[in-house]
Design a protein around this ligand. Structure first.
Ligand SMILES: Cc1cc2nc3c(=O)[nH]c(=O)nc-3n(C[C@H](O)[C@H](O)[C@H](O)COP(=O)(O)O)c2cc1C
Length: 298
């Protein structure tokens, strides 16, 4: 009697904006240090370092992180060495998979200058526009404050980035309208969502502890809904982000409509390898490939 062995090979590959990703997992910007790259070999289908800005930023004063039920609030404040130093150190992230770069500026012109500076670099496959940062020309409201502002910054970046994909990273607030605006302005993809505005208080000291963005499993259902709704409103691929903590979560985001899924806060407490193995196990059990999962809700 021949016993058929269970097929162990699963097809994890997805295509994102013409790029072949050997897995749909991508580190969420700001959550993978270059020192940890050795530990995640083979896990990620694309790389995405922390947001870079035109000049070095020291970030916000401490405390900048507070643990919360099922998540954390951070107000790192885009601490980074500035784009010139960033590019000098970039080889560490050039590990043989497509490399996306996250950029943020204080003004539309700064976004454009950053895009011009990095788009000719052959190591870089694509750009993620971090639109959650304040637009100093509009009273400090973020670039995600409304569709007009999203359209303006995405169109201006599109005009100077002709050959590389651009993903606009959106907040949960206004996600659908902003997604339509970004698509109309020429975005090739959308990253949905960034952290959710939040606050922690030290009651005994009677002071605010951290005023920043909530991430981790606490925001997963919010992010999942945003991905689901945005995917029904636009025709560009979505990079899901927000609270992914397991391989099953990856599957849920892809079923909701994501083509790729970013792993952020969870990577501080769980091995990204484990999440990939769980996801592969899900595909094995269901007999589906990763690509077949995308938007495949019944
Ligand atoms: C410590 C920390 C730093 C972050 N830095 C950035 C950043 O530089 N740029 C950015 O676009 N998002 C940044 N984020 C947001 C994440 O990329 C991600 O969108 C968000 O945390 C939601 O995903 P998660 O729940 O899986 O962490 C940061 C999040 C954390 C927790």
């Amino acid at each position: 009697m021949v016993v058929r062995e269970r097929t162990t090979r699963v097809d994890l590959a997805v295509e994102l904006c013409g790029l072949q990703l050997h897995t749909p997992l991508i580190p969420a910007s700001g959550t993978l240090a270059k020192e940890a790259l050795g530990e995640v070999e083979g896990v990620y289908g694309a790389m995405l370092p922390k947001t870079t800005t035109p000049r070095p930023r020291a970030g916000n004063p401490p405390p900048r992180i507070a643990e919360t039920p099922a998540g954390m609030v951070n107000s790192i404040g885009l601490q980074n060495p500035g784009v010139e130093q960033f590019l000098k150190d970039l080889d560490a992230f050039d590990v043989g998979v497509p490399l996306f770069i996250s950029v943020a500026g204080d003004t539309v012109d700064e976004f454009v200058a950053l895009c011009e500076r990095i788009s000719s670099d052959e190591r870089i496959s694509g750009i993620e526009l971090n639109l959650s940062c304040p637009n100093v020309e509009h009273g400090g409201l973020t670039f995600c404050a409304g569709p007009a502002s999203v359209e303006e910054v995405v169109a201006a970046c599109r005009a100077v980035v002709r050959e590389k994909p651009i993903s606009a990273k959106l907040t949960n607030e206004g996600a659908v309208e902003n997604a339509r605006a970004a698509e109309a302005a020429g975005a090739d993809a959308l990253t949905v969502i960034n952290t959710v505005p939040a606050l922690t208080i030290d009651a005994r000291a009677r002071k605010v502890l951290v005023r920043g963005g909530l991430s981790g499993p606490a925001i997963k259902p919010i992010a999942l809904r945003a991905v689901y709704e945005v995917s029904r409103a636009v025709n560009v691929p979505i990079l899901g982000s927000g609270g992914v903590a397991s391989g099953q979560d990856v599957a849920e985001f892809m079923l909701a409509g994501a083509t790729a899924v970013q792993i952020g806060t969870t990577s501080f407490v769980r091995e990204p390898h484990t999440i990939l193995e769980e996801f592969a196990g899900f595909l094995r059990d269901t007999g589906m490939s990763a690509a077949e999962l995308i938007g495949a809700l019944r």
